[in-house]
Design a protein around this ligand. Sequence first.
Ligand SMILES: [Fe+2]
Length: 275
Amino acid sequence: MPNSTNRRTNSNSVIANSNKGKKNRRRQRKMEAVVQRLCDTCNIVFASCGTGIVPSDDNINWLRRVLDQVTPNDFDLTPDMPYFRALRTEGTQPITYLHLYNCDKFSMGIFCLPRSGVIPLHNHPGMTVFSKLLFGTMHIKSLDWEGDAARNTLPVANVSEGLRPEVRLAKVKVDSDFTAPCQTSILFPADGGNMHCFTAVTACAVLDVLGPPYDRHERHCTYYLEFPFSTFSGDGVSVPEEEKDGYAWLQEREGEPKDSTVEVRVWANNRWELM
Ligand SMILES: [Fe+2]
């Protein structure tokens, strides 16, 4: 039989549910507003975008300014969420991708990495990519191809399965730790470090905007292994001794790395649901 305590409990839980509902609706509206602002900007910035077509300087700076204002609070992201919890004591950590939007001109989403999580070295063919670190510390290593492919590609003997039998010379563009809040970083089809690898020094979240987006046929994502410059040598390929750390050989991996898992989630029913 209900007593006054139960009535109080029931009415408290109704109020709590109602408050939770209001909080969820506020959270949803806040996130929708941020995604809408980003989409409105990207629709203009990437309007005439295609493979290898870079937006104008003015448009790049505009999108950078918009991204610089985005905070983890806009998406209610905090390092204590399950996506940022390291699940393994050794080996690679599972990565989560929170999908925000995709069209034929651009795509955007948030990578959530637990501490020591790695997004392996990969490329962005013909794309301009904006990366905004929302929180945490991340080590970014990025490279661009050096010179023309014919001159700076060497054959590799006794190659392992799943690897192309050649390596190509690349120049290191960035090899540093970044801690949020920091400026949005941008890479281009042929410079700015088009191939990059992310390693989470702490749990971190990074908002990525890609224009144009990956495409299975035209803009396929390729993964690479990296080797120090001194690993291989070939006729006509030489760099001064003191600059050797600034170069590396990259070997193309066939398919997606088996040691890396990315769980994709989409916003549905007021939460990030597995796709
Ligand atoms: Fe990337």
